[in-house]
Ligand binder design. Structure first.
Ligand code: SF4
Length: 361
């Protein structure tokens, strides 16, 4: 059942009628959906609960801050075919759906998710033909939306179509289903996925309270089926931006044999300023974990250069702090340089430069 409207939040005791009224324009702009399972993880007595912050709308989403973008990582810049993005030479992203089991309030595709639904049958053959015509593509990543919302049969068809191409060496799926709707990870789904190895499933646990026994059962079933499971988390103010929380999250994932893969710096998506952590604080947080966690538990802390410049490790030569506090030079993975004015430190810009990334000559 779950909730989809502010009125249902009132019925569940998660909002007052006045709050629900204020949330109506938020939900009109960015859809809401939360299953009973994930609602059950919320502490109803804590207005700042980290699970609540990820799942339930906030009027702060209506604020569009300087430098925020509708397409922050430049999917449209790199679109190569309908619902297919070719950003890096050897891999493509394919979006078989824009539906999700839950609409995360910080999502970098939150605008795209509110656009017209994908009709898989209209786009699959074009996407497969594109990959077939580009032998440099070695990996196909299903993203979205959440690919694990497809039926087993449709998923089998999509994975089979890409996996049959001689140039495709591996398949990857990005999914938050194991976190927000773990009951979907049933025997039928696991058997379907296992037919398409080598397959990598990248989950998206952000907080240790998401590591429940039900989620564990799903993840362990994937691991037992020979599927490599990795996790990407997003660094979010008010959710996981402290060392204790991240250490518990990464340690818990390792106990399930899930390797923490990426920790993403929050993208410059419209209406997400209330989740933003500065790059400086993020770096110091990640470095503080180095001494206390096994190297297996360290994800790579990455930043997607706003506008489509590509993903770069923050703690590397790709990101150089300038003498002015909160200003950085970014070097793109495929060339190019950008000035990055950290919106968490300079929300109104710095010395005439807007927050976000500006390409340098
Ligand atoms: S599940 Fe992924 S794509 Fe869907 S809203 Fe959450 S972060 Fe965005």
């Amino acid at each position: 059942m779950g909730v989809r409207t502010p009125g249902e939040l009132v019925e569940r005791g998660l909002a007052t009628p006045a709050q629900a009224g204020a949330l109506a324009p938020v939900v009109d702009r960015y859809r809401m959906q939360v299953d009973d399972y994930y609602l059950g993880l919320i502490d109803p007595d804590d207005p700042d609960d980290p699970i609540r912050r990820q799942a339930l709308p906030d009027v702060a989403e209506l604020v569009e801050s300087a430098g925020e973008l509708r397409d922050p990582i430049g999917d449209s810049v790199h679109a190569a075919a309908p619902q297919l993005v070719h950003r890096y030479r050897d891999r493509v992203l394919f979006f078989p759906t824009f539906l999700c089991p839950m609409y995360c309030r910080y999502c970098f595709r939150k605008v795209a998710l509110n656009e017209a639904p994908v009709r898989l049958d209209d786009v699959l053959s074009g996407a497969v033909a594109y990959v077939a015509a580009h032998p440099e593509v070695r990996e196909v990543i299903l993203s979205g939306g959440d690919p694990l919302l497809l039926s087993d049969d449709r998923l089998d068809r999509v994975l089979g179509a890409f996996g049959a191409l001689p140039n495709v060496e591996r398949l990857r799926i990005h999914s938050r289903v194991p976190v927000t709707r773990p009951s979907r990870v049933d025997a039928g789904l696991v058997a379907t996925l296992a037919r398409h190895r080598p397959l990598f499933v990248v989950t998206h646990f952000n907080h240790p309270r998401e590591l429940t026994p039900v989620a564990e059962a799903g993840v362990r079933a994937l691991v037992d089926a020979g599927i490599t499971v990795l996790n990407q988390a997003v660094l979010l103010r008010g959710v996981n931006a402290d060392a204790e929380t991240l250490a518990a999250l990464f340690g818990g994932l390792l106990r399930w044999q899930v390797r923490p893969y990426y920790l993403h710096h929050l993208d410059m998506t419209v209406g997400t300023q209330h989740f933003r952590v500065s790059l400086r604080d993020g770096l110091s947080l990640v470095r503080s974990l180095r001494g206390r966690l096994s190297g297996l538990a360290w994800p790579t802390y990455v930043l997607d250069i706003p506008g489509g410049g590509g993903k770069v490790p923050v703690d590397s030569d790709f990101v150089r702090a300038e003498p002015q506090r909160g200003v950085y030079t970014l070097v793109g993975p495929q060339g190019g340089r950008w000035r990055y004015v950290d919106p968490a430190e300079h929300p109104a810009g710095f010395e005439g430069h807007p927050p976000g990334a500006e390409r340098l000559p």
